[in-house]
Design a protein around this ligand. Sequence first.
Ligand code: NDP
Length: 317
Amino acid sequence: KLVCVTGASGFIASWLVKLLLEKGYTVKATVRDPNNPKKTEHLRGLPGADERLHLFKANLLEEGSFDSIVEGCDGVFHTASPFITKYTDPQAELIEPAVKGTLNVLTSCAKRPSIRRVVLTSSMAAVAYKRNAQTAGAVIDETWFSDPDFVRESQFWYVLSKTLAEESAWKVAKEHGIDMVTINPSMVIGPLLQPTLNTSAEFILNFINETFKNSTLGWVDVRDVVNAHILAFEVPSASGRHCLVDTVVHNSEVVKILRQLYPNIQLPEECADDKPYEPIYKVSKEKTKSLGVEFIPFEVSLKETVESLREKKFANF
Ligand code: NDP
């Protein structure tokens, strides 16, 4: 069982590589810089890595970069895509690597008949962003697609990168007859394996350090996300998209849970604005549960995220 994981040094991909190795897979893992120990040491140290983990250098923006790496693989997990909040040129730093990278990876896969299925790490960003979508009582499911015009107008550049990447992925998959399944998680938290701070863990850190914004977000644990990826590859009948959200809560609720967990730390008392709180919507779990995915409760993930941030010295309390 030989599979490829793109962007292996990232938060989600590191857990994916870990679980794949535990399950006996041999993993070809792509990283941008195999000589940077911060990006590779935690992977090389995983159980089974000595025998069954092979690291390769690849970049989303280089055409053909993945061509020879995916050769001989039974499956490809394409997770690499920038998830950053600080950028100067969203087109060059977010949209191009997301969209061109996805096309690059899928075009390489199209040339390799051994590949049975491609699992794409998409996002709820590609599902839930259209006008009047996130309203009280709405139940969002896999039939929803974000509207690129609305997202562009709103200048949600990361959301746009994921929306356009998934849209073009389906087009290429159809053109080349690739069996592709997508996993669409909301904000992903849980313990960090990598030594660097990823964006969604930073969101939790910001609750501790800053006034919280008046917004509502979905949350899911990284271990459920990687389990969903592997089930999406292994379950023959899996197809299409899979929303992956344990719970949707207003930021005020996150602060409330943090206050209960850590009564001694100073947490913001007030929301950044005094408008009515953004509404809570729901996201259907039905399709993802049918894959066999179970959900770690948000409170547990949140606690373990904070513990991990402390352990890695990102949180100093
Ligand atoms: P990380 O930032 O930890 O990982 C992103 C990965 O993408 C890194 O390995 C990074 O490589 C790689 N990457 C970025 N640009 C390039 C490039 N030009 N060429 C090659 N590799 C590149 O983020 P996450 O683990 O959170 O995200 C992984 C995936 O999950 C992404 O597709 C993201 O959109 C998606 N996702 C994440 C969610 C979350 O809340 N975390 C929610 C929903 C979806 P390098 O290490 O070299 O920078």
